[in-house]
Ligand binder design. Sequence first.
Ligand SMILES: Cc1cc2nc3c(=O)[nH]c(=O)nc-3n(C[C@H](O)[C@H](O)[C@H](O)COP(=O)(O)O)c2cc1C
Length: 199
Amino acid sequence: MFHVKQIRRFSLIFLLILVSCQKKQEVDYNSPVTPKGEEIKKDVHQIIRRRKSVRKFSEKPIPIGILEKIVEDGELAPSAGNTRPWDFVIVGKGRLEEIFKRIKWLKGNKPKKGEEPTAYIIILQDKKCLGWGGIASCAAAAENILLSATGYGIGSCWIGSVNEKEKLKEVFKAPENLEIFSVIALGYPKVDAKTGASP
Ligand SMILES: Cc1cc2nc3c(=O)[nH]c(=O)nc-3n(C[C@H](O)[C@H](O)[C@H](O)COP(=O)(O)O)c2cc1C
């Protein structure tokens, strides 16, 4: 038998335990890990300030797992009317030249032999969303990809000037309902042997 007072006391203790458990679920923005224990790479403001277009890459390959994570971050971008009018193709070793020969680099900045990107992400745009909303949404995905790559210490360059888009679609067997929006060139930045800095 329990008295009402005892029951109240137990309920209060139970409630306090419940509240303290819930508090543990809150995100601690000063913690180096998420509540699930995943490592938080860097502060977002640091990443935004660190991102610069990189056009000289080291030959070290990017693990496929990281490229997939970067694409996942692209998919988390906001989109007009939640249309998510995008798809992504990861291009790695063996197919790199198909892209490299069709893209234009900022004047005087074409990567030299041995300094080319080691991977690309092709961003495809749904033909049903070719208007302003579709473009803005794909651009948001592109920016997420650039920032995500920066967070992994990977250099990137947004390439809008892509030649022979239809041919490229054929090469990578892109579905008919999608168009090439942009290409993101990726690779670990080449480090200057003398200064240790990325040029
Ligand atoms: C929509 C868009 C298209 C771009 N297309 C190209 C491109 O085709 N080739 C290239 O070398 N850089 C391209 N860039 C990268 C810009 O040249 C670069 O962002 C700009 O010079 C500023 O330098 P930063 O990215 O280092 O801040 C593009 C950037 C954007 C946003």
